[in-house]
Design a protein around this ligand. Sequence first.
Ligand SMILES: Cc1ncc(COP(=O)(O)O)c(C=O)c1O
Length: 386
Amino acid sequence: MFDPNRFITDRLRAIDASGIRRVFDLAAKLKNPINLSIGQPDFDVPQPVKDAAAAAIRKGLNSYTVTQGIAELHATIRGKLRDELPLWRSEDFGLLVTSGVSGGLLLALMTCVGPGDEVLIPDPCFVMYRHLITLAGAKAVHVDTYPDFQLTPERLAPLITPRTKMLMFNSPSNPTGVVSTLDRCRQIAAFCDQHNILLMSDEIYDEFCYEKVERPAGSGVKRCPSPADFSPNVLLLRGYSKTYGMTGWRLGYAAGPKALIEQMTKLQQYSFVCAPSMVQWAGLMAHEQDMTPYIDAYARKRDRVVQALRGTFELTTPGGAFYAFPKVPDRLGLTGAKFVEKAVERGLLIIPGNVFSARDTHFRISYACDEKMLDRGLELLLELAK
Ligand SMILES: Cc1ncc(COP(=O)(O)O)c(C=O)c1O
């Protein structure tokens, strides 16, 4: 008799997707929810980018591309990185166009860590990290960053062992929206250098930056600070999903030490093969778009969220991305998950903090939605906190 369980590896059994699935199940049951749970922008792909993808399809640019990505997109990305990161200008860094940042994360972890290795991840952090680390056979070590959600050398130092191989850094952060300062990025880069740890920087929200931020001298672009501002050895992962609303198009890139990128490219050759061809051509056009109006609109929504929730909820002001991570008020005596259950009963969809964290005290809201829905959601949150 056919028994599918015989064929499922321990590797896959070790991955538990139940937390996030429970949220999706809840969402499916709600008719017309106030949905503050969505992890993608509420704007569509800019028209010129859509046109570029359609034109590429019509021109017959539909075959496999070279694994590392088309030369035209490489030239654009290299130019951008050299413009932004003074230390990278004279570096012969590696570059690989990936199927989203998710593709880059998988390739990077499979390339750089394995059994016996430890990978430091912030707690809370993006759900995918710990599962991909498990898939790679390594061990995720959580760095508790409560209550301000800053990754600091002081918080990292006690967790370093001879097996520590990598730190996964994410600023602006999902789920907290917290942005690391230029000085903090400098400290983290120096710390990783000193301990011979590979610093992987997931910068998928890099353009969603709402504070005036300091940039290193000579940097040509205003955006969130990066540890790559201080080291050419950072493995940088960036994407198009959030900045251009291209989540379903699957485009991103990995840049950093050439020897690592070469190995990641080898693995891409035998797995993803290449990022979707027409999307790579459209990516070229994406680089020409000015997304400032969209980002400014999100900055205003961020202000709305902070203004509404401050005073009722403990909240670290998010400086970027489109998330906030408030704490359930202690006097309610509820876990994050219980609070979310109560919210869902009232038609409000938010995500419990324990999906991202070992703690169950907070919840994530996304303000990537229209203002009316956001206001209804905020009102309901205040009511639930009464
Ligand atoms: C921190 C973080 N990294 C990576 C990703 C994956 O993005 P992509 O669509 O580029 O695979 C997400 C998506 O939510 C994210 O929040």
